[in-house]
Write a protein that binds this ligand. Structure first.
Ligand code: DC
Length: 225
């Protein structure tokens, strides 16, 4: 059977996870959120109280960490950190920043790479992150790069956090987002950038439905190949 793997990359708040989940459901793919893996390591680092500026201290934590991914009956990806379900906690703003920090460390990236690649060997996936098309699945048959203006992305993320009852302000979300975009795209290890051959979609001003329709056609054509 031919593997159908789709790589979705882009900055935070571009709609990657919402759209990937919808497409996974429509086309019978497994949705893999790799940001959740970095967030889980970021959460462990925060909890352990290490100095977040010290790469070696963060790398030294890796042997204590067991990460497992499971899916609930609705197909939502759950993250387990040493058997504890941390799926909600990893969405907190302070964990976003910590995830961005730990994700710049090459050893952390290497630690997660094999896990990500082995999932894609076993199933047809739509995997989202920052380096999926460039590093994790360079042979993916379809690569998508989603972007949108920072103000648009911050507004979407702010609304999402509000719905979850997280107290924050739009300004704070925008400031964090710009900082994270900068970290994620200027780091030496697997920086965020469109993969060669990626279809680039800028969703500024699009509704979710408009973005979904644009991607639906693309994925449909690919899945029928
Ligand atoms: O997609 P997200 O916001 O949940 O990701 C959290 C952080 O993890 C993000 O700031 C960058 C990092 N990340 C990464 O470096 N590579 C990936 N494939 C996915 C996420």
């Amino acid at each position: 059977m031919t593997r159908h793997n789709i790589a979705v990359d882009g900055p935070s708040g571009a709609g990657k996870s919402t759209l990937s989940k919808m497409l996974a459901r429509e086309f019978g793919l497994i949705y893999v959120d790799t940001g959740a893996m970095y967030r889980t390591i970021g959460l462990h680092a925060l909890r352990s109280g290490v100095n977040m500026e010290e790469d070696e201290a963060i790398v030294a934590l890796l042997p204590q960490i067991q990460i497992h991914m499971e899916y609930d009956t609705n197909g939502n990806q759950l993250m387990l950190l040493n058997r504890e379900n941390v799926s909600s906690e990893i969405r907190l703003p302070e964990v976003s920043m910590s995830a961005s920090r730990v994700s710049a460390i090459p050893q952390v990236r290497r630690y997660l790479l094999e896990m990500q690649q082995s999932i894609a060997r076993e199933s047809n996936v739509i995997m989202d992150g920052r380096d999926i098309g460039t590093v994790v699945l360079p042979d993916a048959g379809l690569k998508i790069f989603l972007s949108a203006d920072p103000e648009d992305r911050a507004r979407r993320r702010f609304e999402e956090l509000q719905q979850k009852g997280v107290s924050t302000s739009l300004d704070e979300v925008l400031k964090d987002m710009i900082q994270r975009d900068h970290n994620d795209s200027t780091r030496a290890a697997a920086p965020l950038r469109p993969a060669e051959g990626a279809v680039i979609l800028n969703t500024t001003g699009y509704t979710l439905e408009q973005s979904y329709l644009a991607l639906y056609e693309l994925v449909k054509r690919y899945m029928e190949d």
